[in-house]
Design a protein around this ligand. Structure first.
Ligand SMILES: [Zn+2]
Length: 268
């Protein structure tokens, strides 16, 4: 089988009948409670084969290597959706902060670089190696998490804060930083599923700063993500594991020892 035959699965496929599904927004199916249908709703995604409910959820990969393209379906689509909904804020002179430069954050940085050439991108993390990777992926500044990072971001923006904060972690500490660097009329977008909480009052977050927590992305956006990858604008650091070593991959992820994404390759 050549790579021409491979397709990537749109993971959050769902009923296909409600208004949101009809718009290609199956990640927000009106008939599903909780985290989507498709891969989000069933056990058994980690298997040699997977039954997908319709061929329209399979996007052609063309020349892309399916092993390298696998993270496009999740890390890239999730990041792309989070960035695209805030594009109206990211004009010349704008700044975006990406908190967390792991696999998800690295993708967000590349997508920001690819679709917002005039935006200053700031990466924040607690690990020096991830900050170095963030710079390679296109971040203009890479800051170690902490009070000094907040001070630096506020300096860079004349004390105003940034147009877009992407919290790719979503724990209490990262949300605290996110609100400190957000600006009036900006967007604070919680992508990471860390389970942290953000206190909200009439004074914080800043006035008319919108807080949202998007989930995955639309099927048309997956097509756009695949186009970006085909054009060489985004790539993923990938480590491969055979199916028998899937447990090891999870352990390394848990220990923070995977630089980008772990991909299980059943047939190699
Ligand atoms: Zn639906």
């Amino acid at each position: 089988m050549t790579t021409q035959a491979f397709r990537i699965v749109y993971g959050p496929w769902d009923c296909g009948l409600c208004a949101n599904c009809g718009e290609g927004r199956e990640n927000y199916c009106e008939r599903t409670s909780g985290l989507g249908g498709g891969l989000g709703g069933h056990d058994g995604g980690m298997a040699e084969y997977l039954l997908v409910s319709a061929t329209r959820f399979l996007i052609p990969l063309d020349v892309l290597d399916p092993r390298e393209a696998a993270p496009l379906a999740d890390a890239a689509l999730t990041s792309y959706h989070a960035v695209k909904r805030s594009l109206y804020l990211l004009g010349a002179g704008s700044t975006a902060v990406v908190i967390g430069a792991g696999g998800l954050g690295q993708m967000a940085i590349q997508i920001l670089r690819a679709v917002t050439s005039a935006t200053t991108i700031v990466a924040v993390d607690t690990a020096a190696d991830k900050l170095a990777t963030a710079r390679r992926m296109g971040a203009d500044e890479a800051l170690m998490a902490g009070d000094e990072a907040v001070t630096r971001v506020r300096e860079m923006t004349g004390g105003q804060g940034v147009q877009l904060v992407l919290d790719m972690v979503g724990v209490d500490a990262t949300l605290r930083m996110a609100v400190q660097v957000a600006r009036v009329l900006g967007n604070l977008t919680i992508v990471g599923l860390g389970g942290g909480a953000l206190p909200v009052s009439s004074l914080s977050p800043p006035h008319e700063c919108s807080v949202c927590s998007p989930y995955w992305g639309y099927i048309t956006e997956l097509m756009e993500v695949v186009d970006l990858a085909r054009a060489g604008r985004i790539r993923t650091l990938v480590e491969y594991f055979p199916l028998e070593r899937a447990d090891e991959a999870y352990r390394l992820l848990h220990e923070g020892k995977i630089q980008g994404r772990a991909v299980i390759t059943p047939h190699t």
